[in-house]
Design a protein around this ligand. Structure first.
Ligand SMILES: [Mn+2]
Length: 446
């Protein structure tokens, strides 16, 4: 059935099987309903490349559009799929469809039907379940279908005396709690994404010199992502030279790099649906100026403090507080701020030059699912969580509150961290980061 399905060997599918079974257990006596991601029109007759929803991939491995997954713990057929039927005349244009047959034979569904039968079949299939796990409010068409299905199920229930869903739960406390803790298999895939990201950042570093355009460095990144078997970037790469790095989500990437400036690159490779998320900042001409060194060292020290705080027993916010404290101390030392550290932290004075959070969960989505709080406080860190640590300093060219030598610089340093019982593991550690390592790497001495 085409190369893709040859690649889907037993072990590849086993991961999805295991993940689905863990979710089925977590559902208890409730059912769950998940829809595939929508397809997006680009322009004219062109579509954006299709990317399945991470939830659906996590549970099934299914990557084609127009699919629905219904999970019914305890049922004779607990794993049901609704998918595009096989249709050779369409497949010539848009690629092989596994069809309902493939959903059963390859993906392990207990039953599968054409997507056109969803409305008709789903009311009866929801019977017997009082709770339905479904992310309400994300898609009106899906919401309306679910509302009508429950209403129809209720009518049927009057006749046959069976339970119908009277409770809708979000997937946050079931599926997303599972996705927050990565298995060994998932960590291996993230390591591969990190390793390709390393090659790409190193190539961009080597290609950097005054006069090179930001998009040329972007091209290096994209080339290495694909060349090494990644699907591409897990999010739009940011390549910002000089003051462009002060714009947090700068993606135009169309300016020439200037001698004496820094360039900041935020880019991560997606591999088998997991993405890395890495930022490095380096001097365009290969050598940091004294002022750049001071500012860079401030960000690097903050990151080191936050990495040290990434231990089981600490909470997610402890990582942020470590950066905030370290950056505030540096801002006083470098003459941005005056006063008492504690008071300045309390006033959030650092927000003028450090306006974003320090971390987010990382996985299939670059800002991965998983709650940031538990029982009213910040989420305690646990083994198997993967997160980024990305402190930065952003100083506009005309910011007169800051000594003149620091103006017009944006610096961010971001690594991917795995939390373990034995302390933090930096998955992206091999990408040059210290001032010495970056300078010698760019001079070709490493
Ligand atoms: Mn990030």
């Amino acid at each position: 059935m085409g190369n893709y399905f040859i690649k889907l060997g037993y072990f590849f599918m086993q991961r999805y099987h295991d993940q689905r079974n863990r979710f089925l257990k977590k559902l208890g006596e409730d059912a769950a309903l998940l829809f595939s991601a929508p397809e997006h029109h680009r322009n004219g007759d062109a579509e954006y490349p299709y990317r399945q929803s991470s939830d659906l991939i996590y549970l099934t491995g299914w990557i084609q559009p127009q699919a629905v997954v219904l999970l019914r713990p305890g049922a004779k057929e607990p794993f049901i799929m609704f998918v595009q039927p096989k249709e050779p005349s369409r497949e010539i244009w848009t690629g092989i469809r596994p069809g309902p047959e493939g959903a059963v034979e390859i993906y392990g569904a207990d039953a599968a039907y054409p997507i056109s039968e969803l409305k008709k079949r789903i009311p009866a299939l929801l019977q017997g379940y009082t709770g339905l796990h479904y992310d309400f409010g994300e898609n009106e068409e899906h919401d309306s279908l679910v509302r009508k299905a429950i209403a129809t199920a209720r009518k049927l229930g009057k006749d046959n005396g069976m339970d119908v869903p009277n409770r809708i739960c979000s997937l946050a406390h079931t599926l997303h709690e599972l996705r927050l803790i990565k298995s060994e298999d998932e960590i291996e895939v993230i390591k591969k994404a990190a390793s390709i990201t390393k090659d790409a950042h190193c190539a961009a570093m080597k290609a950097t010199k005054p006069g090179v355009y930001e998009y040329e460095l972007e091209a290096e990144l994209l080339y290495h992502f694909r060349k090494n078997g990644g699907s591409g970037p897990g999010y739009t790469p940011i390549v910002g030279g000089g003051a462009n790095a002060v714009i947090l989500h700068y993606i135009e990437n169309d300016s020439p790099l200037q001698d004496g400036d820094l360039v900041c690159i935020d880019a991560g490779c997606e591999y088998e649906w997991y993405t890395a998320d890495v930022t490095r900042t380096w001097p365009v001409n290969g050598t940091f100026t004294p002022a750049q060194k001071e500012l860079y060292a401030a960000v690097l020290t903050a990151q080191e403090k936050s990495i040290q705080a990434s231990i089981v027993g600490n909470s997610f916010m402890d990582i942020h507080y470590a950066t905030v404290r370290s950056l505030t101390q540096s801002m006083i030392r470098l003459g941005f701020l005056e006063g008492d550290v504690e008071e300045l932290i309390e006033e959030k004075a650092y927000k003028e030059w450090y306006m974003h959070g320090t971390s987010h969960w990382l996985g299939m989505d670059v800002h991965d699912v998983g709650s940031y709080a538990s029982k009213g406080s910040s989420m305690p860190l646990d083994a198997g969580m993967v997160l980024t640590i990305e402190p930065g300093l952003y100083i506009a060219a005309d910011d007169e509150r800051v000594p003149i030598q620091y103006r017009g610089m944006g610096i961010r340093i971001e690594d991917d961290i795995l939390i373990t019982e034995d302390g933090p593991v930096i998955l992206t550690e091999e990408i040059p980061k210290s001032i010495e390592d970056i300078e010698s790497y760019m001079k070709g001495q490493v």
